[in-house]
Design a binder for this molecule. Structure first.
Ligand code: 1Q0
Length: 215
């Protein structure tokens, strides 16, 4: 390696942050969750300005969570579990309509959580794709199956336009910065169960607290 790799996106790094996300008793560390998203945003930014309306929203949500972590109650924002407990017990979550807590950790994380499902579906498609597969189609299919259900028409339209200018499969694999396609596929095979587990744990927690539709 040539010393410049640190600044570049690396799928391996993102994989590592999602690995670090899970504590021994299967709680999700907020700090690593946020780092994982930072890495993905770095990747998204490298794809060009068409994607900036997406990365801006992601960065905004990341920042809200970081502010909670650095705030005076930051001690409660160590894991997703402790955050949920703290915000619910203290009435810090708008449960049915937007009101006094438009930037709760719970509603903010829920948006990233839904996007994580998109990521899981997209990466699984990439993993099992062949040379002729189109990234735009894989991305759109994954989106329609997940995030799109939570987005209004105008956002779905804009997302559809952005997907059309995604680089092809080979270029995509190259920016992942892992090595030849076989290695990318292997790395995806390793990353997916971790992403999936983080997703499942969060999904169950939110479902348990009836928080899957936070406004
Ligand atoms: C590679 C192409 C990336 C495509 C990302 C798909 C997601 C499209 C989402 C478009 C919507 C963004 C505009 C804002 C929407 C918000 O209204 C919405 C709801 O929030 P709120 O406050 O209004 O209730 N926000 C969201 O739904 C959050 C969306 C976050 C998306 C974060 C995407 C980060 C991108 C990652 C690129 C990953 C590349 C994967 C391959 C790399 C291999 C590991």
């Amino acid at each position: 390696s040539d010393g410049s790799v640190e600044q570049k996106f690396s799928l391996r790094e993102v994989l590592d942050t999602f690995r670090q996300c899970l504590s021994e008793n299967k709680e999700v560390y907020l700090q690593h969750y946020v780092s994982g998203w930072r890495g993905l945003v770095k990747f998204l930014n490298s794809l060009g300005s068409v994607f900036s309306f997406i990365s801006k929203d992601a960065v905004n949500k990341i920042q809200i969570l970081v502010n909670h972590q650095n705030g005076e109650n930051g001690g409660h924002y160590i894991t997703v579990q402790s955050m949920v407990k703290y915000e619910l017990e203290n009435g810090l979550v708008d449960l049915t309509k937007r009101g006094g807590h438009p930037e709760s950790g719970c509603r903010t994380l829920l948006r990233l959580h839904r996007a994580l499902r998109w990521l899981e579906l997209f990466l699984e498609r990439l993993r099992t794709s062949n040379e002729d597969s189109k990234t735009s189609v894989m991305c759109a299919d994954a989106y329609n199956e997940s995030l799109a259900q939570h987005h209004p028409w105008v956002v779905r339209k804009a997302a559809g336009v952005a997907f059309c200018v995604l680089p092809g499969r080979q270029a995509f694999f190259e920016v992942m910065n892992v090595g030849p396609p076989e290695q990318v596929v292997a790395m995806l095979g390793e990353a997916l169960p971790l992403i999936s587990e983080v997703y499942q744990i969060t999904e169950e927690l939110y479902s348990h607290h009836n928080m899957l539709d936070l406004p």
